[in-house]
Design a protein around this ligand. Structure first.
Ligand SMILES: N[C@@H](CCC[C@H](N)C(=O)O)C(=O)O
Length: 279
């Protein structure tokens, strides 16, 4: 079977987008996704994203496989790419109306902005330990500034779910973090039964955060949209930042707002790179 795809990236977090509107199940298996994401023997990407028919009143459904074949609940950079992809599929690059996208994290609402960026209503963060999930505190408690031992060091961590799990730690110098060494140890720590994404944050001012990320199922990536949202929430919870901030990632900047309606709004770019066929 020949499958057409389009490659997109959001700040260097890159994805293979597949038009899956004719079927309610992904037309690529997790095992095939691993091969497609391989940067030497495949197309190369951090994940494969499928545009499926909508359910329960949503316009579309987005599903994603990480580059290790696992299926996360949501992807922030991915949903901006998804919105641009839908604009291409519908032959309408000026698609500025709100789209309701069903994801495993609930309904997410991206909107193309007049300047070509994508603003996304990412929904509300979930803060209780059982919702992350983590066993770091009792199930019904928030996880704020909890001690976690990783790599012979005790880290103070705050956990936030944006549908997918995030463990955030604030550091003096984000460039000094040995990400490849300690990232996997956070990801697979026994206190995270569904593994975790891990963000290291340097607060340069109350409205500017520098971030590096180790993603569950994908490793070190150039950007993570859900991670940027979760990190801003963590920064507010520990009193280090305001509710509106720029988050600088290795691949560029995202604008994040934790609005008074308790929802997160993320604004950033999404770029088409190339199209091809899988044979
Ligand atoms: N890069 C994404 C997050 C993708 C999913 C993540 N690896 C997970 O397993 O939760 C983003 O931009 O949010």
């Amino acid at each position: 079977m020949t499958i057409e795809f389009v490659k997109y990236h959001g700040l260097g977090n890159d994805f293979i987008l597949i038009d899956n509107r004719a079927s309610s199940e992904p037309i690529v298996t997790p095992e095939q996704a691993v091969k497609l994401c391989d940067r030497h023997f495949g197309i190369g990407a951090d994940g494969v994203i499928f545009a499926l028919p909508g359910t329960n009143g949503a316009d579309y459904t987005m599903r994603i496989f990480n580059s290790d074949g696992s299926e996360p609940e949501m992807c922030g950079n991915g949903i901006r790419c998804f919105a641009k992809f839908l604009g291409d599929l519908e032959a309408n690059t000026n698609l500025t109306s709100c789209l309701r996208i069903h994801t495993l994290a609930g309904i997410i609402v991206p909107q193309l902005t007049a300047d070509g960026q994508v603003k996304v209503d990412m929904g509300e963060p979930r803060l209780l330990a059982a919702e992350i999930p983590t066993t770091l505190t009792a199930a019904g408690e928030k996880v704020i500034n909890q001690s976690l031992d990783v790599a012979d060091r005790t880290w103070s961590v705050t956990c936030v779910s944006m549908g997918n799990p995030h463990c955030i730690t604030f550091v003096d110098d984000v460039a000094a973090i040995p990400l490849e060494e300690i990232g996997p140890q956070f990801e697979h720590h026994p206190v995270f039964p569904q593994r975790t994404n891990t963000e290291f944050i340097q607060v340069t001012s109350r409205d500017y955060l520098k971030m590096r990320v180790w993603e569950r199922g994908a490793g070190a990536t150039l950007a993570c949209g859900t991670g940027a949202c979760a990190s801003l929430v963590a920064g507010v919870l520990v009193g280090k930042c305001d509710r509106v901030a720029t988050v600088e990632l290795p691949g560029g900047c995202l604008q994040i707002e934790w609005s008074q309606d308790q929802k997160l709004y993320m604004t950033g770019p999404a770029e088409r790179v190339f199209a091809g066929k899988i044979e």
